[in-house]
Design a protein around this ligand. Structure first.
Ligand code: NAD
Length: 255
């Protein structure tokens, strides 16, 4: 087993379609111990039974807009774990009104919200995690999308946020690298999830990817999860600061 005894903290499970849920299952299969967070009371009902089914050792609330809630996750984990080996950040949000039309729909407030929840949260988590990552060959992984580097209809402010998230991966990789701690991102192809349902016309993107991607299919949550196992295991011991595409090869196609 590739993650035997590793302690993995996972942010971003909303339901059984979440990419983070497939990652949690794959980590569990590979022998990892899990701590799972949920975004707030509204999500607890769905997330708790999922987390319990994988014997998660902690199931904690964490709305990432709150510094106190982020801090509390590490305070609680410090009571049961002597450290953390893996952090999964699979969190994003933008107002629905800004995920339609063009980027000219963006408001100052909507921009700040998208950047706060989808980008700053990764930095905030990685800051608070420092004492528990210290001295371990730990790794962190976030989820991004090709909309960071190319234009997709309706992706708008989220594309800007993903570009900032990808830059954050590189800066975090440098900041943590001297300690042997790795930070990477997976750029996933489109998958039908709660977050994706907020993007206007998402089904068109799915159809086009299916016909154009070298693998001639869209990817699954499990495709992403298998790559996450690799990136968070010793198999990727020399890999950091990378954005790794798990998209059936779609990103290499020009026309
Ligand atoms: N589905 C896709 O097509 C796709 C493609 C590429 C990248 N991604 C990225 O993958 C990640 C996971 O998305 P998903 O597709 O699994 O959808 P999802 O809706 O299942 O996951 C998004 C998660 O963000 C969490 N979240 C939102 N606001 C939060 C807050 N304030 N505090 C804490 N958590 C909050 C939600 O609770 C949810 O668990 C996101 O970063 C998304 O942008 C998705």
């Amino acid at each position: 087993m590739l993650l035997q005894g590793k302690k993995a903290l996972i942010f971003g499970i909303a339901n059984d379609k979440s990419i983070a849920w497939a990652i949690a299952r794959a980590f569990h299969e590979q022998g990892a111990e899990l701590a799972i967070t949920y975004a707030g009371e509204a999500f607890e009902k769905r997330v708790r039974p999922l987390a319990e089914s994988l014997n998660a050792q902690a199931i904690l609330p964490c709305n990432v807009t709150s510094d106190e809630e982020i801090k509390a996750v590490f305070t609680e984990l410090g009571k049961i774990w002597d450290g953390i080996d893996i952090i999964i950040h699979s969190v994003a949000f933008a107002n629905k009104e800004e995920l339609k039309g063009t980027i000219l729909n963006t408001t100052r407030e909507g921009f700040a919200t998208a950047m706060d929840i989808s980008v700053y949260s990764f930095l905030g988590i990685m800051k608070e995690a420092q004492p528990m990552l210290h001295g371990r060959a730990a790794s962190a992984l976030t989820m991004t999308y090709l909309g960071a580097v190319q234009v997709f209809p309706s992706y708008n402010v989220m594309g800007v946020a993903k570009a900032a998230l990808e830059a954050s991966v590189r800066y975090l990789a440098e900041a943590y690298g001297a300690e042997g701690i790795r930070v990477n991102g997976i750029s996933a192809g489109p998958i039908r999830t709660l977050a994706a349902s907020g993007v206007n016309g998402f089904h068109n993107i799915l159809n086009i990817v299916e016909s154009k991607a070298p693998l001639r299919r869209t990817i699954t949550q499990e495709d992403v999860a298998r790559s996450a196992v690799y990136l968070c295991s010793g198999l990727a011991s020399g890999v950091t600061g990378e954005i790794h595409y798990v998209d059936g090869g779609y990103n290499v196609i020009g026309l």
